[in-house]
Design a protein around this ligand. Structure first.
Ligand code: HEC
Length: 254
């Protein structure tokens, strides 16, 4: 019975997580690349400048990030620590959860483990799927997080996005016009010239940002990759040593 219950909860959990996030909308895929240090560095910069006004990453220390991403401590202190925090401290923020709940309806959650909770694809899609909706307090809604309490903080880069689809059409991967039965093209389109970046450039900024969020979710993955390489090199070398030894031992037997 206990086993059954556990299996049941495991089966239902992802559904529950999905329901909380406006289920069913197609997610754009991205390939996390923790070896791409330049991307992770750019992602950290975007995170610090655009997200840490409201979100902390309190299980991540600046110093660890500096080490892992190959940045000198002084540069991190100078350019990536905006307040008077020290390099050895965690990436916390000054805003209290209580104040934030009052301002936004929901407190901005800590994002250290967010990539593990939602997955990189969800984050990559979420951050590019805000659209204009005057009925909402911040004038925006989100295709994968209905009635989200977060303003579209990257709008200055992406531009204003409009939504041409009904919720049902958004769930279908390709939007079909119910009257004509024809494909309508993309649901979300950016008003031309309303943002600083082209669509491609903006996708890249968000890619780097989510790459960084994936890194802070599992910082030891970088270590595992490195150690894994050493282990493989060791095994290859050891094979030759063992083989030579075997030959030596059996030499006199034959
Ligand atoms: C002005 C404050 C503010 C800023 C700046 C901000 N957010 Fe948010 N964010 C929020 C609030 C409030 C929520 C909670 C929304 C809700 O639950 O309705 C939220 C929710 C989220 C969520 C969804 C959390 C969940 O429920 O799983 C993610 C992911 C997220 N933010 C990422 C970011 C990233 C990345 C940035 C920087 C580009 C950013 N946010 C900048 C206020 C902010």
């Amino acid at each position: 019975m206990k086993k059954f219950l556990i299996a049941f909860v495991m089966a239902v959990l992802p559904l529950a997580a999905n329901a909380a996030g406006g289920a069913g909308v197609h997610l754009d895929h991205m390939e996390v690349d923790l070896e791409n240090k330049a991307s992770l560095q750019r992602g950290m910069k975007t995170f610090v400048n655009n997200c840490m006004g409201c979100h902390s990453a309190k299980y991540q220390r600046y110093e660890r990030a500096a080490q892992d991403l190959g940045m000198p401590n002084e540069l991190v202190e100078q350019y990536l620590i905006l307040g008077d925090q020290k390099i050895g401290e965690q990436m916390t923020i000054a805003m209290s959860a209580k104040d934030a709940s009052g301002w936004f309806g929901a407190p901005p959650p800590d994002l250290t483990l967010e990539a593990r909770l939602r997955g990189p694809d969800w984050l990559y899609t979420y951050l590019r799927s805000f659209y204009q909706d005057e009925s909402r307090p911040w004038g925006v809604n989100n295709a994968v997080f209905k009635d989200v309490g977060m303003p579209n903080v990257l709008e200055y880069l992406q531009g204003t996005q409009l939504n041409h689809c009904s919720p049902e059409q958004m769930r279908a991967e390709a939007a079909i016009d119910p009257l004509t039965g024809k494909e309508m093209g993309k649901c979300l389109t950016v008003v031309e010239g309303s943002g600083e970046l082209s669509e491609e450039e903006f996708d890249k900024v968000v890619y780097d940002l989510v790459n960084f969020l994936a890194y802070i979710g599992e910082p030891s993955k970088l270590d595992s990759h490195r150690i894994g390489t050493y282990v493989l090199i060791f095994l290859v070398l050891f094979f030759f040593v063992a083989f030579a030894l075997k030959k030596e031992y059996w030499k006199d037997v034959h």
